[in-house]
Design a binder for this molecule. Structure first.
Ligand SMILES: Nc1ncnc2c1ncn2[C@@H]1O[C@H](COP(=O)(O)OP(=O)(O)OP(=O)(O)O)[C@@H](O)[C@H]1O
Length: 200
């Protein structure tokens, strides 16, 4: 990436698009504090990631930040329900069980709650991953292709949900998507080409 500069305001939804290999997932990793940039910094919820210890970054990922990974990153030995409740318990959420169930219901995968990810379809796994992020009620939600495995009805449902989180809860939502049908939900559309960012 070169000279990448962007701001995502609370209560807004940003979509990042760009050709395969343009660096979208790399930027996602930098924003999430998983990869370190050679130069520059990321400021999240008023704090610079470069000034935070690994422990502080982990604590932030537990509380304020939720991530939806391109490959879902569900824990294979846990059921769908356990995958959603696990980060809630770690974050000390009191009504973790009710929240996890409500999120699975909202994503219409509660009938798969007791199954491990390996027994779910790709789209079901993705909806569990979205439910896990949603249930945390984060200040910042970063998603790498969060609708990539979904049919059009489920894509609309997830995009409406993310839009609702931004507008009603003040969440800062940043997602990568190459689906042109979802740009209508965005306040800001960014495009990455060969590591350079343009505002579409
Ligand atoms: N750890 C790494 N070391 C070296 N090269 C890497 C590393 N991670 C990614 N790359 C390269 O950087 C480029 C951008 O990869 P990235 O995964 O960010 O692209 P992308 O825009 O998300 O692509 P896609 O839409 O296909 O997921 C690719 O050419 C990739 O091979």
């Amino acid at each position: 990436m070169k000279d990448v500069s962007l701001t995502c305001e609370p209560g807004t939804l940003t979509i990042l698009r760009g050709p395969s290999g343009s660096g979208k997932s790399s930027l996602f990793s930098v924003l999430a504090g998983i990869a370190l940039p050679d130069l520059g910094d990321v400021q999240m919820c008023g704090r610079k990631l470069s000034r935070m210890s690994e422990r502080e970054k982990t604590a932030m990922r537990r509380g304020d930040l939720a991530l939806i990974f391109q490959a879902y990153n569900l824990l294979p030995s846990l059921s769908a329900f356990e995958n959603v409740i696990y980060p809630l318990r770690r974050a000390g959420v009191k009504d973790a069980g009710a929240r996890a169930l409500a999120a699975l219901k909202h994503l219409e995968v509660e009938h798969r709650a007791d199954l491990r990810p390996g027994l779910l379809s790709g789209g079901e796994q993705q909806r569990v991953a979205v439910a896990r992020a949603l249930a945390l009620k984060p200040k910042v939600l970063l998603g790498d292709e969060p609708t990539g495995a979904l049919d059009s009805d489920n894509t609309v449902h997830v995009m409406r949900t993310l839009r609702h989180m931004a507008v009603n809860d003040g969440t800062t939502v940043f997602i990568i998507s190459h689906d042109p049908s979802v740009t209508a939900y965005a306040d800001q559309v960014l495009e990455l080409r060969e590591g350079r960012l343009t505002h579409a």
